[in-house]
Write a protein that binds this ligand. Structure first.
Ligand SMILES: Cc1ncc(COP(=O)(O)O)c(C=O)c1O
Length: 273
C-alpha cells in the first residue's frame, strides 16, 4: 500500500510500477531486504515515503541507509516523499536519504499541505540532482505553468515565519493518535499498529470482511451510508491494501471519538449478522 498517485504516474511515463507488500510484522516498514528482493536491472527508481500514508509507519535510519546503498549499487534513483517529515511521535527522528547519499541519485519531494495545513493550495517543491532541473522545469512549465503568485508568497511566509505552529500541530496529532488508540481497543474484530507518524491508522479488517463477505471498498460504502463514518478502503492504496481501511485522525477529538464508536457499532453488527 502507498499514496495512490505513485502507480498511475509511473505507468503514465511508461514505467512499470512494482508494489512492495508492507507487512504488519515489521511495523509496515519498507526494509532494504524487501527492496533487494524486488529490484532488477530495469529498476529506474525506488519510491519511499516516511512517515507513511496510509500506514503511519516510519523508516529507521538503517532502512533509509540500506535503501540508498541498494539504489547506488543499481544506478537507480531514490524518490523520497517526505511530505509528513515533521509529523513524528514518541520522540522519533526523521532520516532523509539526502543525508546518506554518496551519489547524485536522490530526489526529495515535499509540499506545504501537511506541515502548514495548506492542503488545497497546491504548492510543493522538489530537491533534485542538477541535471534534472532543466527537464523538470520544462515539464512543469508546460503542464501547470506555475503555482499562483499569492500562494508562493504564502509559502515564503510559512518557511520564514515562526515554526511553533508546526510543533503545536504535531502535539495535537499525537494527542489524537493516543485517543484513537484508546478508542480502537473497544472495537471488536480488528487489529492495528500504533502509528509513529503522519495522521493515519491502517486497520486490518480482514475478519470483518470475511464474516460479511465484502471487499474493503464495499465496507467503506456501508460505513458511510449506514453509519455516517468516512474512512478510506485499503484497496484505494494499491492491491496490497485490500483487507484494510485507513482512518485519518486529521479531525477533532470529539469527531474521532464519535466516529470510532460508530465503527465499533458497525463491526459488532456485522460480526453478529
Ligand atoms: C504521501 C503523500 N505524498 C504527497 C501527497 C500530496 O500532497 P498535496 O497534493 O496535498 O501537496 C500526499 C497527500 O495526501 C501524501 O499523502
Amino acid at each position: 500500500p502507498g499514496y495512490p498517485a505513485y502507480e498511475p504516474i509511473t505507468a503514465y511515463v511508461g514505467g512499470k510500477p512494482v508494489p512492495l507488500r508492507l507487512s504488519e510484522s515489521n511495523g509496515f516498514r519498507m526494509t532494504p531486504e524487501e527492496v533487494n528482493e524486488l529490484i532488477t536491472s530495469r529498476t529506474k527508481a525506488i519510491i519511499i515515503n516516511s512517515p507513511h500514508n496510509p500506514c503511519g509507519s516510519v523508516l529507521r535510519e538503517e532502512d533509509v541507509k540500506g535503501i540508498v546503498e541498494i539504489a547506488e549499487d543499481r544506478n537507480a534513483f531514490v524518490i523520497s516523499d517526505e511530505i509528513y517529515y515533521p509529523i513524528l511521535f514518541d520522540g522519533l527522528k526523521h532520516y532523509s536519504p539526502l543525508s546518506f547519499a554518496k551519489k547524485d541519485n536522490v530526489i526529495l519531494v515535499d509540499g506545504f499541505s501537511k506541515r502548514y495545513a495548506m492542503t488545497g493550495w497546491r504548492l510543493g517543491y522538489a530537491v533534485v540532482p542538477s541535471d534534472l532541473v532543466e527537464p523538470m522545469t520544462k515539464l512543469l512549465n508546460n503542464m501547470t505553468s506555475c503555482p499562483n503568485q499569492f500562494v508562493q508568497y504564502a509559502g515564503i511566509e510559512a518557511l520564514r515565519g515562526p515554526q511553533d505552529s508546526v510543533k503545536k500541530m504535531v502535539k495535537a496529532y499525537e494527542e489524537r493518535r493516543n485517543v484513537v488508540m484508546e478508542k480502537l481497543k473497544e472495537v471488536e474484530g480488528i487489529t492495528y499498529l500504533k502509528p509513529q507518524g503522519a495522521f493515519y491508522v491502517f486497520v486490518n479488517v480482514q475478519k470483518i470482511l470475511s464474516r460479511a463477505g465484502m471487499t474493503s471498498e464495499q465496507l467503506v460504502t456501508r460505513l458511510i451510508e449506514n453509519y455516517g463514518v468516512a474512512v478510506l478502503h485499503g484497496s484505494s492504496m494499491g492491491a496490497y491494501g485490500e483487507g484494510f481501511i485507513r482512518i485519518s485522525f486529521a479531525n477533532s477529538i470529539e469527531n474521532l471519538v464519535e466516529g470510532i464508536s460508530r465503527l465499533g457499532r458497525a463491526f459488532s453488527d456485522m460480526l453478529r449478522q
